[in-house]
Design a protein around this ligand. Structure first.
Ligand code: ADP
Ligand code: MG
Length: 264
């Protein structure tokens, strides 16, 4: 077991907070007022059926999707929709900063195929953070080592397994030194025998106190690493709490039947 502190997020000390996030696509309201708070070192997991709004919500946290209403608060910066179709230069600059503080790992890895593992990692620190190439490379190697791929710096994505590619993507996110990392089903695209190596890296990050928000269908993993688990159902969080409560004594029929589908 990973020794996560036995505590709920202290909302007044939240590093990242989402308040009453709503999102509609046309007349389809996908998120109906979702709240989340994570303090430094918290690992919040989001579970729920396909189509319940998990990806839309996690993408709202770094404004890859702009919430229709509600706020995302990171540190003491508040982000919300301006209601206008076009963003001002000032707003765009704030979103760049938001995405530096709130990194993301995607289901489909999203590596550049024509860049090496190391080249994928140094891109962001060089272009977004203005690091010198040599500094970015030593940082990139440090994070490749951390995900167990120190020997693969020169490999291209096509030469790596899916699990290795996802570990490169995690190293890429880490190299930007964000405050929070979002993961949207990071192991769903992997062959079953490759899932464990990625979950192992994520458990190690949890154990070193990284703040993470994770959409996952890996229930045993979620139960082990989470400080809080949220069950999203039709765009609303219908149950939330400590993982032993959410997984051990689900209150609703809906959550019970959802969990039964993942009990192997
Ligand atoms: P999940 O990740 O839980 O499977 P999603 O957030 O991907 O759910 O999707 C929730 C709902 O929002 C689905 O009905 C989906 O079709 C809809 N949706 C997501 N993105 C868009 C979009 N860009 N345009 C229109 N509908 C969308
Ligand atoms: Mg999704």
């Amino acid at each position: 077991m990973i020794g996560k502190p036995d505590r709920r997020p202290q909302h007044q000390h939240a590093l990242i907070q989402a308040k009453a996030i709503r999102k509609s696509f046309g007349s389809h309201e996908v998120l109906k007022g979702v709240d989340l708070a994570a303090a430094t070192g918290d690992v919040v997991t989001l579970i729920g059926s396909s189509g319940s709004g998990k990806s839309t919500f996690i993408r709202c946290l770094n404004f890859l999707e702009e919430p229709t209403s509600g706020q995302v608060i990171v540190g003491n910066e508040v982000f919300q929709s301006s209601g206008k179709a076009r963003r001002t230069a000032h707003e765009r600059a704030r979103l760049v900063r938001l995405r530096q503080r709130v990194g993301m790992v995607f289901q489909a890895f999203n590596l550049w195929p024509h860049r090496t593992a190391l080249g994928n990692i140094t891109e962001g620190p060089i272009h977004a953070r203005g690091l010198a190439a040599r500094e970015a490379e030593s940082k990139g190697k440090y994070y490749l080592d951390k995900v167990g791929l120190g020997a693969k710096a020169g490999a291209y994505p096509a030469e790596l397994s899916g699990g290795q590619q996802q570990r490169v993507a995690i190293a890429r996110a880490l190299a930007m030194e964000p405050d929070v990392i979002l993961f949207d089903e990071p192991t769903s695209a992997l062959d079953p025998e490759l899932v464990g190596e990625v979950l192992g890296v994520m458990k190690a990050l949890a154990a070193e106190g990284r703040t993470m928000i994770i959409v996952t269908h890996e229930m045993q993993f979620a139960r082990e690493v989470s400080s809080e688990t949220l069950f999203l159902s039709n765009g609303e969080i219908t149950e939330r709490g400590r993982p032993d409560d959410v997984f051990g004594s689900p209150q609703s029929l809906r959550l019970r039947s959802f969990l039964a589908r993942y009990s192997g």
